[in-house]
Design a protein around this ligand. Structure first.
Ligand SMILES: NC(=O)c1ccc[n+]([C@@H]2O[C@H](COP(=O)([O-])OP(=O)(O)OC[C@H]3O[C@@H](n4cnc5c(N)ncnc54)[C@H](OP(=O)(O)O)[C@@H]3O)[C@@H](O)[C@H]2O)c1
Length: 263
């Protein structure tokens, strides 16, 4: 199936690991030129080496900076050309009980999920509109659709990211810039499985062995397992494609049935 991405320029944040890396790889397999954005240069270089055949470039950038939109747009243009698609995916979380969350936790989640996505869209959406259209995908979370007890600051920011996504979808529909959000459920990425990651943190918070924490989490998912990063990337890639030409303002759950709602 031709997704119409060959030769297009796409920018993916949080592209050195997990869902972002899987999305960058898929876009690149479709022939898109991809700018991979994250903080750590070594991981970015490794990630870039695993992409192709589309052209690849990297940008080391902390997405919480005030000028991320301008810098990413400038890098995309300089390295690859005018952007067609943007995937706002950079994100992270730790397990913190509601009573233990401090102002910094709330501000950090807001900056990374809401302000970074807004700053990127504020730069990219007008540029895409001038170029005749484009695609933006905001990677939120099932925790944005129903609050997670693991970190309320993360959930609240992910819910706000959904509202932000809808605002940009409405603001740019007439100009052909289609904006959608993804709500992945629990997914097998380093966020969960790295040493000290969510697997270990949930186990510590509940006082159970890591394997039990993970199997209890799996048992809550109707499909009985975590998603793979490639399963989330497949939907993100579709939303970046020509085939998604009548989809905007949507939130696509990719969660194995975890959030039991009909919208
Ligand atoms: N895995 C899940 O179960 C799950 C479920 C729902 C939603 N999500 C969402 O999916 C997205 C990707 O998660 P993942 O599981 O793939 O995580 P991951 O494997 O930990 O990858 C996170 C990526 O984000 C980058 N990043 C983190 N903080 C950054 C910052 N301040 N500036 C720039 N880049 C930053 C990381 O690179 P650097 O550290 O080098 O910057 C890395 O490339 C996140 O938004 C997450 O909230 C994940």
């Amino acid at each position: 199936m031709d997704l119409g991405l060959d030769g297009r320029v796409c920018v993916v944040t949080g592209a050195s690991s997990g869902i972002g890396l899987a999305t960058a790889r898929r876009l690149s397999v479709e022939g898109a030129g991809v700018l991979l954005v994250a903080r750590h240069v070594d991981a970015l270089d490794l990630a870039a080496a695993s992409c192709g055949p589309g052209r690849v470039a990297t940008l080391s950038l902390d997405m919480t900076g005030a000028d991320v939109g301008e810098r990413a747009l400038e890098a995309a243009r300089a390295e690859l050309g005018e952007p067609w698609a943007l995937v706002n995916n950079a994100g992270t979380m730790d397990v913190v009980a509601l009573a233990d969350l401090v102002d910094r936790d709330w501000n950090d989640q807001w900056d990374l999920n809401v302000m970074a996505s807004m700053r990127m869209m504020r730069s990219f959406a007008p540029a895409m509109a001038r170029g005749g259209g484009g695609r933006i995908v905001n990677v939120s979370s099932s925790s944005g659709k129903r609050s997670s007890g693991n970190n309320a600051a993360y959930s609240v920011a992910k819910t706000a990211q959904l509202a932000l996504s809808r605002a940009y979808a409405d603001g740019y529909a007439a100009e052909g810039v289609l904006v959608n959000a993804l709500a992945p459920g629990m997914t097998d990425t380093p966020l969960w499985h790295a040493e000290g990651g969510l697997g270990d943190q949930v186990a510590a918070a509940r006082g159970v062995p890591r394997e039990q924490a993970l199997s209890d989490a799996r048992a809550k998912i109707p499909l009985g397992r975590f998603g793979t990063e490639d399963e989330i990337a497949a939907v993100a890639t579709f939303l970046c494609s020509e085939d998604a030409a009548f989809v905007t303002g949507a939130v696509w759950s990719v969660d194995g049935g975890s959030v039991p709602t009909v919208i």
